[in-house]
Design a protein around this ligand. Structure first.
Ligand code: HEC
Ligand SMILES: [Cu+2]
Length: 336
């Protein structure tokens, strides 16, 4: 624009630059007067990058309860996805070089986690940020205490089943056998016992070992529903299979890389270096799974492994979604 070196009339140039600065001032004044509106409509552009390159930036967003706010998202590298945990929302794709807008309204004040929904790399699940939703209207209630804490379970202790079935237990066979047994069918009993513990308690009956396992399978079946298991399978495929494997065998695409690549990044996380990286658990292994109660699995999923490579999911899934996942995990053991 400034072609003064090319011999333009200097006075004209001065006039023009005066005009430019006057326009700038006008814009600034309008900006100042209209600030509340301006901020409401234009939050900063949020950049997504793979976790190794910084993840979300900014990764803390402020909003007010019951007030819609619009986020502008873009990616600086590959395709990422955006969703807010514990909310019933469709995730949106965040594409490189494009801006995706999403308008949200959150009713309850509190701290929410937003996360990437596309497998963008080994540290994909580290791509998380928070939305701090302020507001005094309804104070957040006390956070629910997870069952493993109330029960005093050490979720990091080994929990191997000392006896495992020879054949895959069948819920159908178990149903008939269970009909005449004095069995506690409450959901509470199911949540607090491992399949092995129930198998062990059935030793007072006249059933054979394989019959006892069938009864266990029927108890597990009657405490879950096909819908819950199907929903769990869907969540599993999206969020767990990359490490634990599509078929649950602990051989997901990231399983091999996990120990090697995860170690360096994990060391930089405060307090995480007391735990060491492990291979993803094989859910088809009866020794491990039949020794674990639903409450224990819930604790592990809620809290994560704290440095083992198992992410924490408590701020991502609703309680119901976690029970759905657990219902699905046991289906690697039982024939329903
Ligand atoms: C980034 C890899 C990774 C992803 C993704 C992942 N896990 Fe894990 N998971 C692990 C590793 C590694 C372990 C073993 C170490 C441990 O128990 O902390 C593990 C352990 C577990 C255990 C403990 C089982 C036991 O017997 O103690 C459960 C339950 C579990 N994962 C469930 C899930 C679910 C459900 C998802 C998806 C919502 C998931 N994991 C996603 C890596 C992963
Ligand atoms: Cu991502």
């Amino acid at each position: 624009m400034l072609h003064d070196y090319a011999g333009h009339d200097v006075a004209a140039l001065v006039k023009r630059s005066e005009l430019v600065s006057r326009i700038l001032i006008t814009v600034a004044i309008i900006g100042a007067v209209g600030t509340p509106l301006f901020i409401w409509a234009r939050t900063p552009l949020i950049h997504a990058r793979v976790a190794e390159n910084g993840g979300w930036s900014p990764d803390v967003i402020h909003a007010n309860a019951n007030q819609p706010f619009t986020l502008h998202l873009t990616s600086d590298d590959v395709v990422h996805g955006f969703a807010v945990g514990q909310m019933d929302m469709q995730s949106v794709d965040v594409l490189p070089g494009k801006v995706t807008d999403i308008t949200l309204k959150i009713d309850k004040p509190g701290i929410y986690t937003f996360f990437c929904t596309r497998w963008c790399g080994l540290n994909h699940w580290r791509m998380r940020g928070t939305i701090e939703v302020g507001g005094s209207s309804s104070a957040p209630g006390p956070a629910a205490v997870p069952m493993y804490v109330t029960l005093g379970l050490d979720i990091d202790a080994p929990h191997e089943a000392p006896v495992i079935p020879i054949n895959r237990p069948s819920a159908i066979s178990g149903q008939k056998l269970a009909a005449n047994l004095p069995i506690d069918r409450s959901i509470d009993y199911y949540l607090k016992h491992s399949p092995y513990q129930v198998f062990d308690e059935l030793s007072t009956t006249s059933l054979t070992e394989s019959q006892r396992w069938d009864v266990v399978a029927s108890i597990w079946q009657s405490n879950t529903t096909p819908e819950s298991r199907a929903n769990g399978q869907q969540l599993y495929t999206q969020n767990c299979a990359a490490c634990h494997g599509e078929n649950g065998a602990g051989n997901g695409v990231f399983a091999d890389d996990l120990a090697a690549a995860g170690e360096s990044s994990i060391q930089t996380m405060a307090g995480a270096d007391s735990m060491t990286m492990q291979s993803p658990v094989d859910f088809t292994n009866p020794i491990r799974m039949l020794g674990a109660s639903p409450a224990l699995l819930q604790g592990k999923i809620l809290r994560g492994g704290m440095g083992t490579g198992m992410p924490m999911w408590g701020s991502i899934f609703t309680e119901e979604q976690i029970w759905d996942l657990i219902a699905y995990l046991y289906s690697f053991q039982f024939d329903y």
